[in-house]
Design a protein around this ligand. Sequence first.
Ligand SMILES: Nc1nc2c(ncn2[C@@H]2O[C@H](COP(=O)(O)OP(=O)(O)OP(=O)(O)O)[C@@H](O)[C@H]2O)c(=O)[nH]1
Length: 315
Amino acid sequence: TPVPDALDSSDAGGSRVVLVSMVIAAPDPGFAQLPNSPLVGPTGHSGRMKSSLTPLGPPVSRDRIITSFPKWYTPHACLQLKEHFHGQVSSTCQSRNTGTVGLRLSKVVVVGDLYVGKTSLIHRFCKNVFDRDYKATIGVDFEIERFEIAGIPYSLQIWDTAGQEKFKCIASAYYRGAQVIITAFDLTDVQTLEHTRQWLEDALRENEPGSCFVFLVGTKKDLLSGAACEQAEMEAVRLANEMQAEYWSVSAKTGENVKAFFSRVAALAFEQSVLQDLERRSSARLQVGDGDLIRMEGSPAETQESKTSSSLGCC
Ligand SMILES: Nc1nc2c(ncn2[C@@H]2O[C@H](COP(=O)(O)OP(=O)(O)OP(=O)(O)O)[C@@H](O)[C@H]2O)c(=O)[nH]1
């Protein structure tokens, strides 16, 4: 999977211009390009891979430490109802036996119509800022957020994509390898909710079936009264269930639910990464340890036959 590296980001005529280039593929989609890896050059922009990402860097900030499993927003549209980490994950973390998970950057892609507030949501979480002025994203941009989950370092690489139709082809090149897809819509604009289906379909097309967690996020919660918000949420929850997505309402302006939402994203992605790592390691052990595991393709009779004919054909 090609790993894009943002090179430059600047303001130009009310747009955030982000130039991107491709660098050599990472071995596994979503797997960490180590921040100090020679594959990643200096970027000089907000999405730069900071050297502080190395395990020897400074500790993560206190509000990125997750010790108990973060709760859903509504039980009517959530990916998991449980309130604790998976037992196997807890014990693996306690024994610090999480393999490569601590070096992992899980890819999160944020999609949705223009002006719904994707950039604002990411900036509120990553930089704790809110900008009232609209600057359209051109292409893509990313931020990296470091967490400590159940005592293990973990990072999310959060991709902000352009909502404008004319940039869709650039943005869609970055959907691949996503562990999490966030489809955002504006709670005050029902059309943007309707469009989330298409955004999701486009993002899923670039990924393995069943490999992504999907979130549906209603933005600009501060602009709605309680009753209007409830009405909009009802529609959104119905659609979230159709999409098999977890639903959240947030406000980048006030910060409401923003941290809780990304903590939930990080915890779900982390738990899945640990479980996948355990599975990978146990199947690797089986293949190395079990002498019977060199399997022959086809039935024994076929195998024998092909062996015979091949040896007959040989001079
Ligand atoms: N009141 C309010 N305004 C918001 C909120 N989030 C975003 N906005 C405003 O909505 C406008 C669009 O926000 P952006 O974050 O740039 O939207 P975007 O989805 O990234 O847009 P594209 O980059 O074109 O895809 C800006 O003027 C923001 O200030 C919010 O939570 N509350």
